[in-house]
Design a protein around this ligand. Structure first.
Ligand code: NAP
Length: 516
């Protein structure tokens, strides 16, 4: 009765998504997860489920209903210090396993995530609010990083360099950086973790994860499955609680050799500065301000479908969400009408209910931010084509919104709105579109809709962005590199490139090779 449909392998390929979904009550969903043994509420340190040392807890709320799902340990400096010691001690043994041994553990972890796809997805919808179908997709996508890096573990090759002197041999070894601190956001409660932990564990690093306090349950459930998969105690630790106490402890420790972070640009800059004292390796996946450029020669249906997906996934709460929709003047009216019609069909509600396409925003601050941006835009001349107000469901639900006549003076086009608001801006020429698209400090994702192949190349090459979708709004996959230009980040995650972030290069010169 309470079964939900499994989705296919890829989050982002709608053709692989099965559409059967049956509505479920939040209480029944919590019960289902509890019965599976995946409702964990303590931190994980050295393989032991651990309370905060002072017994403090924090409540985890369902943003769709306001109900408290459960409470989790509220940890800080002391627990983080112990998690670091545990990761440090385990590094010695984990990094010395063969690649094949580590690979087998990761593969088992992947299999367990997939066999618990429904429970993980229910947990995610409960604590984060995204529609269940998207949550099922995120589990498949997130688990995909573990599968991919289980395979990559066996392909960490070194090099032999032609020697400059006859009696020498020159080698390059690749070795794990060591203990990694991974800090992750609430908008992808599983995938942002696996994208870091997969490559880190694959090459022999050990990890301390700090998930967002809004979405710790998915992280803890995944950690429980890692233990079941045979990943040894101490290789993966999870501390939940006070962000700056945990973050500062990770930054100050000389045992932690790398910080990997996904989240806001403001916190990313703090972590980058805080890493200077101990000269840690740093990878940052930060905020975006994605332009979505619709040219006069675009296929209207493709452009509407692609823009809808790029804008409204996760209620607009993704770093790659289209934040500015730049529409050429010849197609502007047609596009605005067709797009608004499509947006109107997006059903808003509790993500556990069948047919829901838009869940709530994560919290009241997110809702207020959206309201401020709309007020700013309308006071400067934007017109509300659709939506533009809180949803009658209350809580943090907001009506899917389309704004017309937006310009680059408005907050909605200067900063990430991180909500279900699609601002339309007009442009005249290809040069204008490129200039407007690049006029930001962000450089994560960009989208281009055109039927001209030469134009698609010209524009793609000119865009200062780490990811470009041409005639496609959903582009993330574990097999391709993900990361930003400019202030959107440092480094890349996923793909064969993602593993380099967790490896040191060691040059070895073997000399005195004269003997016969
Ligand atoms: P956030 O406020 O920066 O939080 C991200 C993580 O950092 C959370 O775990 C948070 O903990 C923690 N944190 C906050 N202050 C900290 C501090 N002083 N020291 C150490 N850790 C600290 O970002 P968010 O609101 O969760 O996520 C939204 C942002 O993430 C958006 O800007 C979005 O674009 C970006 N994002 C980027 C990518 C990418 O791949 N580029 C992907 C997803 C999201 P608490 O939550 O417990 O406070």
């Amino acid at each position: 009765m309470h079964r939900v449909a499994l989705v296919g392998r890829h989050l982002l390929n709608p053709s692989l998504v099965l559409h059967r979904q049956i509505s479920m009550e939040p209480r029944a969903a919590v019960d289902r997860v509890r019965q599976s043994g995946l409702l964990k509420t303590q931190g994980l340190i050295g393989g032991k489920w651990t309370d905060a040392y002072d017994g403090k807890t924090i409540e985890v709320q369902n943003p769709a209903t306001g109900d408290i799902i459960t409470s989790v340990s509220d940890m800080g400096k002391k627990e983080t210090t112990d998690a670091i010691s545990s990761a440090y001690n385990t590094f010695n043994s984990w990094s010395k396993l063969t690649a094949s041994e580590r690979s087998k553990c990761l593969r088992k972890w992947y299999d367990l995530m997939i066999s618990h796809q429904e429970e993980l997805a229910l947990l995610m919808t409960l604590e984060q609010g995204k529609p269940l179908k998207e949550a099922l997709g995120e589990v498949a996508y997130g688990a995909g990083f573990i599968e991919f890096f289980a395979e990559e573990a066996k392909r960490i090759y070194g090099d032999i360099i032609p020697a400059t002197l006859a009696d020498r041999r020159l080698f390059v070894l690749k070795q794990p950086v060591g203990v990694v601190g991974a800090i992750t956001p609430w908008n992808f409660p599983l995938a942002m973790i696996t994208r870091k932990v997969g490559p880190a564990l694959a090459c022999g690093c050990t990890v301390i994860v700090k998930p967002s306090e809004y979405t710790p349950l998915t992280a803890l459930a995944a950690a429980e499955l890692s233990l079941q998969a045979g990943i040894p105690p101490g290789a993966l630790n999870v501390v939940v609680g006070n962000a700056s106490d945990i973050g500062d402890t990770l930054l100050q420790s000389t045992k932690v050799r790398k910080i990997t972070f996904t989240g806001s640009t403001a916190v990313g800059k703090k972590l980058l500065a805080g890493s200077a004292n101990t000269v840690k390796r740093v990878s940052l996946e930060l905020g975006g301000n994605a332009p979505c450029i619709v040219f006069d020669d675009a296929d209207l249906d493709v452009a509407v479908k692609g823009t809808l997906a790029a804008k409204f996934r996760n209620s607009g709460q993704t770093c790659v969400c289209a934040n500015r929709i730049l529409v050429q003047e010849g197609i502007y009216e047609k596009f605005a009408n067709a797009f608004a019609k499509a947006v109107q069909n997006l059903e808003v509600g509790n993500g556990l209910l069948e047919g829901i396409a838009q869940g709530p925003l994560i919290n009241a601050a997110a809702l207020e931010k959206v309201e401020t941006f709309i007020k700013d835009a309308t006071s400067k001349g934007a017109n509300v084509i659709l939506g533009g107000k809180r949803h009658s469901l209350g809580m943090t639900f907001y009506e899917p919104t389309v704004l017309g006549n937006v310009n680059d003076e408005m907050l909605v086009s200067r900063e990430e709105v991180f909500g279900p608001v699609a601002p339309l801006l007009r442009f005249k020429t290809e040069e204008d579109a490129i200039r407007m698209a690049n006029d930001t400090n962000a450089g994560l994702a960009a989208y281009v809709f055109t039927t001209s192949i030469p134009r698609s190349w010209r524009v793609t090459e000119a865009l200062e962005y780490g990811l470009v979708g041409v005639n496609e709004g959903l582009i993330s996959t574990e097999v391709a590199p993900f990361g930003g230009y400019k202030q959107s980040g440092l480094g890349r995650e996923g793909s064969k490139y993602g593993i380099d972030e967790y490896l040191e290069l060691k040059y070895v010169c073997l000399g005195n090779m004269k003997e016969a």
